[in-house]
Design a protein around this ligand. Structure first.
Ligand code: FAD
Ligand code: DHB
Length: 390
């Protein structure tokens, strides 16, 4: 079997890449380990940057997002018994975010690929990549062989692509945070119109949403926390303690539909390429979720990879492919810094002494009182402009 681009992983990166390549007339096959229901049901990110929204609309896969997604023009920072709004419409006019679940993006992309006759293979075992440093790489899976011009490693942080790169090629950067997030999806009307990022002495809490009937929450918990320690009543009690900190705010509760624990860590592999293997999305980098950047970075990577591959197929020029990693990494490192900054601003660290806690509160006071500092938050949160391919 042969295709032009073999794509490993049907997460947002792999699916969007396959769709964008199709729009440029480039064929691909997507190989996914899990089944379709799993890929479509996995509850993860929810905040789409303006650029991600525009990318999906321009690619013709934004219709349901435009109908059901929830545009937001600000977020709330809550601490010290008060709430402060970061007003995007004033600080970064014309730019906003849209709350629309990652699994909805994945559903829309799978539907578009299948409608267009795309070759998506689910439940594919034993994917392995070969001859990466030659002009004839290939992928094997479940006893089959897929020959191709290029391989896109879009298989997330735990995939096979990155570990297939020989030792000594990649420089890896890592940071582990001393806490995790407990993510909760609940059938209850959101208690706030906008996202609330709350800093309390008991830890961070985030109130987000998915629709007028479904709310999404996150709680800072210890790094090795066991979900069994979090029966529903405890989750609601803790969310109330951390969010009901301003007069008149009451958190509505309801049935919990999904809960999971995500470790908080940062990782970057450089370069995002080895021979004819190109890494995109979580396969190359992950951020702590406080800045809501993971999914958005995956979209930025595959935009650049699409342009670079299209240039190669139309002119034979490898200039953009050669510049792919460097172009991606500029945005990746900006997102790494912003995600670290938001995480440090809002979480409690056991290592913090009283001095450290006062510094954190002073930092929050600056972000909520200085227009310059608030603008820095806003412009990173809604997303910086895209790099163009070199
Ligand atoms: P993924 O979505 O991980 O997709 C990779 C795909 O590759 C998966 O479908 C996987 O099954 C498949 N795969 C893996 N190994 C193989 C293999 N060997 N062969 C074939 N296929 C394979 N970001 C936020 O901004 N906010 C959040 O709240 C948030 N929550 C998260 C919670 C969790 C539990 C995780 C893991 C991530 C979260 N993220 C969050 C990050 C965000 O979801 C990711 O950045 C985003 O999913 C990246 O997309 P991707 O396509 O690169 O990778
Ligand atoms: C959501 C996730 C995030 O990481 C974040 O910073 C904001 C919202 C969400 O899942 O809705």
């Amino acid at each position: 079997m042969r295709t032009q681009v073999a794509i490993i992983g049907a997460g947002p990166a792999g699916l969007l890449l396959s769709h964008l390549l199709h729009l440029r007339g480039i064929a691909s096959v997507v190989l996914e380990l899990r089944d379709r229901a799993y890929a479509e049901g996995r509850v993860r990110a929810g905040v789409l940057e303006q650029g991600t929204v525009d990318t999906l609309i321009d690619a013709g896969v934004g219709d349901r997002m435009l109908r059901e997604g929830m545009p937001h023009h600000g977020i709330e920072l809550r601490y010290g018994g008060r709430s402060h709004r970061i007003a995007f419409e004033e600080l970064v006019p014309g730019r906003a975010i849209t709350v629309y679940g990652q699994q909805e993006v994945v559903k829309d992309l799978i539907a578009a690929r299948l409608r267009d006759g795309g070759d998506l293979r689910f439940e594919v075992d034993d994917v392995a990549v070969h001859d990466l440093a030659t002009e004839h790489p290939y992928v094997t899976f479940g006893g089959e062989r897929l020959d191709c011009d290029f391989i896109a490693g879009c298989d997330g942080f735990h995939g096979v692509s990155r570990p297939s790169i020989p030792d000594g090629v990649l420089t890896e950067y890592r940071r582990e945070y001393p806490f995790a997030w407990l993510g909760v999806l609940a059938r209850v009307k959101p208690s706030s119109q906008e996202l609330i990022y709350a800093r309390t002495d008991r830890g961070f809490a985030l109130h987000s949403m998915r629709s007028p009937e479904i709310s999404r929450f996150y709680l800072q918990v210890p790094p090795d926390e066991d979900l069994a320690n979090w029966p529903d009543e405890r989750i609601w009690a803790e969310l109330k303690t951390r969010l009901e900190t301003i007069p008149g705010f009451n958190l509505a509760t309801g049935p919990i539909l999904d809960k999971s624990i995500t470790p908080m860590r940062a990782y970057v592999a450089e370069p995002m390429r080895y021979g004819r293997l190109y890494l995109a999305g979580d396969a190359a980098h992950i951020v702590p979720p406080t800045g809501a950047k993971g999914l958005n970075l995956a979209v930025a990577d595959v935009r650049l990879l699409t342009d670079a591959l299209a240039l190669w197929y139309t002119t034979g020029s490898a200039t953009s492919l050669d510049g792919y990693s460097e172009a991606c990494l500029k945005r990746v490192w900006r997102a790494q810094h912003f995600s670290w900054w938001m995480t440090t601003l809002l979480h409690t660290f056991d290592s913090d002494d009283p001095y450290g806690r006062r510094l954190q509160l002073s930092h929050l006071d600056q972000v909520t009182s200085s227009r310059a500092a608030a603008t820095t938050l806003a412009e990173n949160y809604v997303g910086i402009p895209y790099e163009s391919a070199p």
